[in-house]
Design a protein around this ligand. Sequence first.
Ligand SMILES: [Zn+2]
Length: 289
Amino acid sequence: MDHSTCPVCGSPLKVLFKLRFNVYKCDNCGLLNSDAQFEHSFESALEAGARDPGLKALRLQNFITIIAKLKAAKKGDLNGLEIGSGNGWWLETCQSQKVGCIGIEPEHVYEDYHQEKKLDVIYGFYPDVSPKKEGGYDFIIFNDVFEHIPDINSLVESLKQDLGDDGILIINIPMSTGFFYRIATLLHKFGMNGPLTRMWQFNFHSPHMNYFNESNMKVLLEKHGFNCAEVFKLKSLDIQSTKDRMLADKNMSKWKASLMTSALKVMKPAIDSSEPDIKAFFFKKRPGK
Ligand SMILES: [Zn+2]
């Protein structure tokens, strides 16, 4: 993949910093782009099982918010596609909210859980294994997945084909303008690389390829014939789940996790009133596109 020009606006990219991988910045639109690689052989520093309990409540709460907005925006029976279903929590939420959704997932780690919960998951990469739906899908959703995909322009073209004329593309994604990203950047300037490495997930086998802000996310989709219908903030901080998430990281000691949790409690009001760490975007195709 070429890292000389910005995949969103075509302006030159410049190296911003180097961690395990290089991170480039576009001075025009502010996109942050990395030359990280998806590593099938790489053993993740995150223990798969330990991740679940802390994160689940927070994620489900966000999914309920998204489904309520989706139902308000589009009446009638809904049949959608989720790209990158991971553990299947979104599909589970759809099941309980009577929303139809098929999941596509490249990894088999959660296959037993998918079967146990009777979730409709197809294993492989989008769009290669994607089932075609007559008239297109009512919605296609990415939950913390869009930022992991290397070729975003060809991805968006495929989405345009698979989405119904009236369909909604939902992108639920961490923001480079968010509180935690800013703090991680600040710590990096003081020589502490851990938090920024964690934000980019450079120690995991599926790292982030891009970090967007609200405006360059819109520019990317508008370029491909979409309009932004809605943007809203999602919850990123639940103190207990944050502590559990930190404990799930093998490199984090218990006392350090406790100390950081206490610090977060003090900062919570400031965090809640600053730029959101996670946003959800609803995009619709422009007529005739
Ligand atoms: Zn750009």
